[in-house]
Design a protein around this ligand. Sequence first.
Ligand code: ACO
Length: 442
Amino acid sequence: MAKETLTITDNRTGKQYEIAVDDGVIRADDLKQIKTAADDPGIMAYDPSFGNTASCKSRISYIDGDKGILRYRGYDIAELAEKSTYLETAYLIVKGELPDKHHLSMWQHNITIHTMVHENIKKLMEGFRHDAHPMGMMVGTIGALSTFYPEAKDIDSLESRRLQTRRLIGKVPTLAAYAYRHSKGLPYVYPDNDLSYTGNFLQMMFRMTERHYRPNPVLERALDVLFILHADHEQNCSANAVRSVGSSHVDPYSAVAAGVAALYGPLHGGANEAVIRMLQQIGSVDKVPEAIRKFKAGDGRLMGFGHRIYKNYDPRGKIIKKLAYEVFEATGKNPLIDIALELERIALEDDYFVKRKLYPNVDFYSGIIYQAMGFPVNTFPVLFAIPRTSGWMAQWAEMVRDPEQRISRPRQVYIGESERTYEPIETRRAPLTREDAVDAAI
Ligand code: ACO
């Protein structure tokens, strides 16, 4: 049988090295032995943006980007979207197995009893400007939770990790709804624990004067499915942020706040918001060819298209596209769907997109559904952050328990000035002009 090793010849020295291949990867540390002299620190791998670097071993999500496969703990995303609920899927993601009836009911209870937030958190949220972006409010308030639960610092305690996980999953919908109500100048609505996870979230968002809010069951289920689809996605930008910040052994609220901040960006969870703005800007189906021409010329990107890992259709995109029509049955059609369909049709036939393997991702259709359900555009990334909290906590806990993980500390290739002597200001030459400056960008 062939050996599971790699032989590397260093042409600078003529030396050969045999390096172990384990699970299809080599250890970057093994490259350190390849050196030209005793004081040479050895070869490093240069991988900006982690294009081909595994930062951890994980058992949570599996993605095959070429085949368009996504599985949580081995279960196919399409099957979970059809048969599971968000809270059951969150249990699976966090604990590794699907619960039986008893454990599911305990889990639901344990999450539900944590839906309320301290009144001071409410006051803190009142301090934000009336037009504060809800994601900015989420970053701030989730970070602030760490000051309310100082015992969360005890990251080595299983009981503490469990408690913070339940608290966070329970509280994020409340914080998200408060952020929205704040922007509208509406009174905050307290949780109703008789409702489901998504039903309660809908009532905290949209309840007005009715004594008992009854969520539309179609929208409640559609939101639940969307939450399942967004629950985890292995080592993406925000999961990496949670792991990296958490690797300093800070409490999980601070680590998750970093994840929310990462998700806020338009290249990540902000993309569904950007998709709607793009569709509105295009305005009508007949303007689509012109818009495609612009994207191809590098004038903006076709938002909701492309993915670092999926080089085939994003499996979540397929489910969401179908879901859109179920939601439209209840809400009426979102007119932006026609523009989206035309964009997809043309892009999937166009050489530019085909060659670069750019397909609709999870965000291409999710915003259209959220908008039809009555969510304002700036709450879309928040609707991503709520379900992703279970994924972040699972990633965080896996990192904390992994004996191979130390504080995240990437290396760099230094390309700046070599040693210089400090010149007194009196004799220093004139300050650099903007153009001269190496870092003119700032
Ligand atoms: N529209 C037009 N061109 C694109 C797009 C797009 N949406 N995405 C990538 N390209 C082009 C790039 O210009 C580049 O072309 P080039 O080779 O001629 O320079 C090539 O495709 C590769 O693009 P990269 O940016 O190198 O790909 P990367 O893997 O780094 O980026 C990303 C992935 C960020 C998702 C990118 O496709 C993108 O910006 N898409 C739009 C934003 C979006 O929808 N983000 C949501 C991602 S899913 C999620 O976070 C849940």
